[in-house]
Design a protein around this ligand. Structure first.
Ligand code: ADE
Length: 246
């Protein structure tokens, strides 16, 4: 999978060199390129923003550097992947569609994603119109109902959620099947040894006996009940009819 990130803060993406994603990059499963949007400015101050037309607080990202950046990155990607390759362009944005496990699943089979990190109040609306008119596939993705300072943290989260689903990235593929959200439920509670643990306050805490029974059928049924009751308690919205299951 090829991933391109266009940002004003390339250093923000440094964690993508670590851990599973760093390993996936070294093994050639992920080819990640980070670009500074200011490469596509032409004035002495490398200006990327201006005041909002019509007035209002804050600054808006200018359209010209973005249009040039997309053209250059698209060309670089097509030089590598072939002229017919087209990216999915993702704008992290609190006004976008909620990014969920189903989205991660879908995007994990993409050949090429370009992430465009907005800052300030946002990006000039004509950038989206321009991309749509040019036939590009564009997605606005929100991490949740809160506002970050820019798209970079969202790109870290989205990249991690997507890349770990690429076959070969997570060693034990079964752990992907059983985890939270993989069936639209939260994960059941987990225990390990010692089965009988005395906590620092002297309270003895036993793991549920069923987990020591060796009866895999009953264990699976117990875990499913736990997942359902935990989901009902913490995230009843996931159990509502019509909630998208991944
Ligand atoms: N940029 C700012 N806030 C965001 C959010 N909640 N999700 C994705 N991108 C963002």
């Amino acid at each position: 999978m090829r991933l391109d990130v266009i940002t004003l803060f390339p250093d923000y993406l440094a964690p993508l060199e670590l851990s599973l994603i760093g390993k996936a990059r070294r093994e050639g499963l992920v080819d990640l390129h980070v670009y500074d949007l200011r490469e596509w400015t032409h004035d002495r101050h490398r200006t990327v923003d201006d005041t909002p037309l019509g007035g209002g607080a804050g600054m808006v990202m200018k359209p010209e550097p973005w249009a040039e950046a997309f053209a250059a990155v698209r060309e670089a990607g097509q030089a590598q992947l072939g002229e017919q390759a087209e990216p999915l362009i993702v704008f992290p944005n609190p006004a976008g569609e909620l990014f969920a496990q189903a989205t991660a699943q879908e995007w994990s089979s993409r050949q090429w994603i370009i992430f465009a990190c907005g800052r300030y109040e946002g990006i000039d609306e004509r950038v989206y119109e321009h991309l749509a008119d040019a036939g590009c596939e564009v997605a606005l993705a929100s991490l949740g109902d809160y506002v970050l300072n820019g798209g970079e943290v969202a790109v870290l989260a989205i990249t991690e959620a997507v890349v770990r689903l690429i076959p070969g990235v997570v060693g034990n593929a079964e752990s992907l099947v059983e985890e939270s959200h993989s069936e639209g439920l939260l994960e059941y509670p987990l225990y390990t040894r010692p089965a009988r643990w005395e906590d620092p306050r002297g309270v003895v805490r036993e793991a549920p006996a069923i987990l020591l029974s060796g009866d895999h059928g009953r264990i699976a049924a117990w875990r499913r009940e736990q997942a359902i009751s935990r989901t009902r308690e913490r995230r009843p919205d996931l159990l509502e009819p019509g909630h998208a299951e991944s």
